[in-house]
Design a protein around this ligand. Structure first.
Ligand code: AMP
Length: 113
């Protein structure tokens, strides 16, 4: 497991040092539009804590933080009006195609490319 880098772009967004198109925020999570959307709806949901990946999050975050995060994913899908039809994905590690090393879930809806 790699060490969390506080200079990653999502950490900067969380600190307000980089912009985002915010969709939703609560105590556990922040959601914003992906800067290079790959679907008609493409939003990223990130936890507020410092977790490198899905594996780090599920392995080390408290039950409260995990429940709050997944509740936020559900809320985001509802808020976007896609709760009847969407997909979620999380890339883990370089071999999984992960580019930004702050855990995030892609919420996408619309035809697949
Ligand atoms: P991955 O780590 O493979 O899930 O990919 C990172 C995702 O973050 C990609 O879909 C990028 O388009 C997206 N991304 C990177 N920088 C930003 C940013 N500043 N704002 C919003 N989305 C971003």
């Amino acid at each position: 497991m790699s060490v969390y880098d506080r200079n990653n772009i999502f950490a900067k967004i969380l600190r307000g040092e980089a912009p985002c198109r915010k969709v939703y925020e609560d105590d556990h999570a922040l959601a914003f539009h992906d800067i290079f959307p790959k679907a008609a709806v493409h939003v990223l949901v990130i936890p507020k804590g410092e977790y490198v990946s899905f594996v780090d999050f599920t392995g080390t975050a408290s039950a409260d933080a995990q429940a709050g995060f997944w509740r936020a994913v559900d809320t985001v899908a509802r808020q976007l009006g896609v709760s009847e039809g969407f997909r979620i994905a999380s890339h883990v590690g370089p071999a999984g195609g992960q580019v930004v090393f702050h855990f995030h879930v892609h919420v996408m809806s619309g035809p697949r490319p």
